[in-house]
Design a protein around this ligand. Structure first.
Ligand code: GDP
Ligand code: ZN
Length: 339
């Protein structure tokens, strides 16, 4: 008797929630485009799916204006016999870069997540990339814990003077353990060295407008030509419109490139004045031996950062740019990049 009731109850229970108990096949993939409510997902067999986000996942990511970004690794389920479905779960992110809010909501936008490497394209001229721009960028990426390589492009344009400037730049950054490569994307010089760095990785490409980002993407995979053209349309948008990153698969390298057209600089949650030197690795190291725990390395007695500067262990330009950032505001915000 008891058993019968039990079975009846169980059947009734299941029948009441037919959708809930319908078996779904869970799939895995990575978000390669996310521009609103529809997200494009690529699985490991290069199949593309269009998914919306399940309601409960949307609610979790309240600090951001967008709950999902390119680079997110997700589990999703499909509607029967279609390439449309629902993202059930976002896997925890290894890292992400954000853009500070440009509207009143004060919430930030996630630009991209799960990045293995960042390539900062630098040109000595046409356009000029300043050391201050590079140092600000490096501080931001250091805070995000994303390794960065400086790639000096357009070396085919170099004369004696610009060559010396490039060498000076390179020695400053090699000294603090940052790899540098000199290339000419136009002439194909040293491109294989660069390609080796990108193999099997998700790489964020950044740099001023005109440094050669689009040319690099075209060179990596000519078949992406169409998509790249589509991306450059983003440049025409105003500063205050919402822009999104695009992730492109580079089959020959078994990797992904993340391009952030129209996004001028990455935002960062405020860094206090006291914390800033921690994002200059050489200063962080030297500051262990400063007399005062809360030393800002400006003019404090027995400041080991200033001693290291005098001994040539810390580059003058890096220190000057540190002071510049320190000066910027009480709480330095990195979305103040000037282009
Ligand atoms: P993006 O704005 O960073 O995407 O830059 P683009 O890829 O559009 O390149 C800007 C300009 O620089 C284009 O006219 C390119 O042909 C040129 N360019 C790119 N790489 C090189 C290079 O290695 N040498 C020279 N001389 N010009 C280059
Ligand atoms: Zn100090």
């Amino acid at each position: 008797m008891d058993l019968e009731i039990n079975i009846k109850f169980t059947l009734h229970f299941y029948e009441s929630f037919p959708l809930f108990f319908k078996l779904k096949t869970m799939m895995e993939g990575v978000v390669i485009k996310s521009t609103g409510i529809l997200h494009t997902i690529l699985d490991s067999n290069d199949n593309i799916y269009l998914c919306t986000l399940k309601g409960s996942e949307k609610l979790k990511k309240l600090p951001f204006t967008n709950p999902i970004s390119v680079g997110d690794k997700v589990f999703f389920s499909l509607e029967d016999n279609s390439n449309k479905g629902v993202i059930e779960k976002i896997k925890p992110r290894i890292n992400y870069v954000i853009r500070k809010s440009v509207n009143l909501s004060k919430r930030s936008q996630i630009i991209a997540s799960n990045i293995d490497l960042c390539i900062l394209l630098v040109t000595i001229k046409d356009p000029v990339t300043t050391l201050l721009f590079i140092d600000r960028f490096l501080v931001t990426l250091d805070a995000y814990k994303i390794p960065t390589i400086l790639v000096f492009n357009k070396i085919d344009l170099h004369d004696e003077k610009t060559k010396i400037i490039e060498e000076t730049y390179k020695s400053i950054y090699n000294k603090i353990g940052i790899d540098t490569i000199s290339v000419s994307i136009l002439k194909g010089k040293n491109i294989n060295i660069l390609k080796d760095c990108l193999r099997n990785k998700t790489t964020l490409i950044s740099g001023h407008s005109g440094v050669g980002k689009t040319s690099l993407i075209n060179l990596l995979d000519g078949s992406l030509d169409l998509k790249v053209k589509e991306i450059s349309e983003y440049h025409k948008q105003g500063v205050h419109t919402t822009t999104f990153a695009r992730m492109l698969k580079i089959n020959t390298l078994n990797g992904f490139i993340v391009d952030t057209p129209g996004i001028r600089g990455f935002g960062l949650v405020d860094i206090s004045r006291k914390m800033l030197s921690n994002y200059f690795p050489e200063m962080k190291k030297a500051s262990c031996q400063c007399k005062f725990n809360d030393c800002l390395h400006i003019n404090e007695p027995k400041c080991n950062v200033i001693i290291s500067l005098k001994n040539g262990l810390i580059s003058e330009s890096r220190y000057k740019n540190y002071l510049n950032m320190l000066d910027d505001s009480e709480n330095y915000r990195y979305n103040k990049y000037k282009k």
